[in-house]
Write a new protein. Structure first.
Length: 348
C-alpha cells in the first residue's frame, strides 16, 4: 500500500513540525525540478489520477519528471480504460485470448466502431452472384466426375466383366465336349454351343443361341440369329446362312475390328464334332438396322448369286454408336471333323 506521506528522518515526528517546514514538503516546492510547471515559491500540486482521486504519493510522477522522457512503448494505447482494454485484446486479450484481426482497426490504429465493423463484415460476405457461380461450378464438377465414372464403366469395366464371363462359358463348353456331357441338337436361348475363331483379329469367343443383350451379347458372347423372322441356318446345314451378331464396343467388343478383315481371311466355327472354315468374301460398311435381307439364305449385296453355306457377321457402326450396321460375309471352304485335328487356319 502506498504511504500517504513519508516521515522525515529527523528526530521530530510528523505532527511536531510545522506544515510549512522545508523538511516536510520542501522537496515538493522546488520549482526548478519541474521545469516551470508552478511559479517560483508556490507548492507544486500533482495532477489527479486518471482512475481515482484518492490521496497518493506522486512517486511515479516525480520519477517521470526527473527521468528523461522516452518515446511511448509499442503497446501504449491512448485514451481511457476502454481503449486500453481493447488494445490489450488486440495484443492477446487480458486473459490470454486470441488477438483481434487487423481489419478491426482503423488505419491510425484505433479500434473500429460497431457500425463500421458490421459494414466491413457485410462487405466480406460473398455476393449472391458469387454464391450462384460457386453452386453452378460445383454442379458442373460433380456432373463431370459422374460422366467420367460412367465412361470408365462403359469402356473399361464392361469389357473386363464380359471377358471374364465369356472365358468362363468357353471353358465350361470345352470341358463338356471333352467329357461327353453335351449332345448336339437344339439349344436353349442363351446357351453356348460353339466357339468362333477369327485368327487375324485374335478373337476366340463362344457362340450362344439368340441375340439377347442381357443373356448373350452383354456377357461378351456372340449371338446366333435363331428366332422368328431372323432365324438363320446352323453351320452343319447343307445350305443356308449362319448369321451372328456381336458388340463392336463395350461388353467384350468381339467384333470391334471386323472392318479390317480382307477377302480370303479365315473365319472358323468350332463345334463339339467339327470345325467349319469360312473365307471372308465381302463387306458392307454401312446399312440401316432394318436391312434384314443381309441374313437371307442368299444374302443381298454380298456378291453371292446362288445358294451355299455362308456366314454373316453383323455389328454396329460407327464406333460407339448403334445408328447403322456393318456386315461381313464369308463362304465355307472346309468342314473338318475334330478327330482329325485343327484346321490349318488355327495351326498357323
Amino acid at each position: 500500500m502506498t504511504q500517504l506521506r513519508p516521515e522525515r528522518e529527523s528526530g521530530a515526528s510528523y505532527g511536531e513540525r510545522p506544515y510549512e517546514h522545508s523538511g516536510a514538503l520542501g522537496e515538493w516546492y522546488d520549482s526548478a525540478a519541474y521545469d516551470g510547471d508552478a511559479p517560483a515559491g508556490e507548492p507544486w500540486i500533482p495532477p489527479a489520477d486518471d482512475e481515482t482521486v484518492a490521496l497518493r504519493i506522486p512517486t511515479e510522477s516525480i520519477s517521470a519528471a526527473t527521468a528523461p522522457s522516452a518515446p511511448p512503448g509499442p503497446h501504449a494505447a491512448p485514451g481511457g480504460r476502454a481503449a486500453r482494454r481493447k488494445a490489450a485484446r488486440r495484443r492477446g486479450g487480458r486473459h490470454g485470448g486470441a488477438p483481434e484481426p487487423e481489419e478491426a482497426q482503423q488505419p491510425d490504429g484505433r479500434p473500429l466502431s460497431r457500425v463500421e465493423a458490421r459494414r466491413r463484415a457485410r462487405a466480406r460476405k460473398p455476393s449472391l452472384g458469387v454464391l450462384v457461380s460457386r453452386a453452378i461450378g460445383e454442379v458442373f464438377i460433380t456432373t463431370g466426375v459422374l460422366m467420367l465414372l460412367f465412361v470408365s464403366y462403359q469402356l473399361w469395366w464392361t469389357n473386363v466383366r464380359a471377358h471374364a464371363q465369356a472365358n468362363k462359358e468357353k471353358n465350361n463348353l470345352q470341358q463338356e465336349w471333352e467329357s461327353g456331357e453335351r449332345s448336339p441338337g437344339t439349344f436353349q436361348p442363351g446357351q453356348g454351343f460353339a466357339i468362333l475363331h477369327i485368327p487375324k483379329l485374335d478373337v476366340v469367343v463362344p457362340i450362344a443361341e439368340g441375340i439377347s443383350n442381357k443373356k448373350v451379347l452383354d456377357r461378351g458372347m456372340v449371338g446366333h440369329y435363331a428366332e422368328g423372322a431372323l432365324k438363320t441356318a446352323m453351320p452343319q446345314d447343307k445350305t443356308g446362312n449362319f448369321g451372328l451378331a456381336g458388340h463392336r464396343n463395350t461388353h467384350g467388343e468381339p467384333f470391334r475390328y471386323i472392318n479390317k478383315l480382307q477377302p480370303g481371311d479365315p473365319i472358323v466355327v468350332e463345334t463339339q464334332d467339327d470345325y467349319y472354315v469360312y473365307k471372308m468374301a465381302s463387306i458392307l460398311p454401312v446399312t440401316p438396322p432394318s436391312n434384314v435381307s443381309v441374313l437371307d439364305p442368299v444374302p443381298k449385296d454380298s456378291g453371292f448369286t446362288e445358294p451355299g453355306r455362308y456366314i454373316t457377321l453383323t455389328t454396329c457402326t460407327p464406333e460407339f454408336t448403334s445408328k447403322y450396321r456393318m456386315i461381313v460375309w464369308g463362304k465355307m471352304v472346309e468342314e473338318r471333323p475334330r478327330n482329325k485335328g485343327k484346321p490349318d487356319a488355327l495351326v498357323q
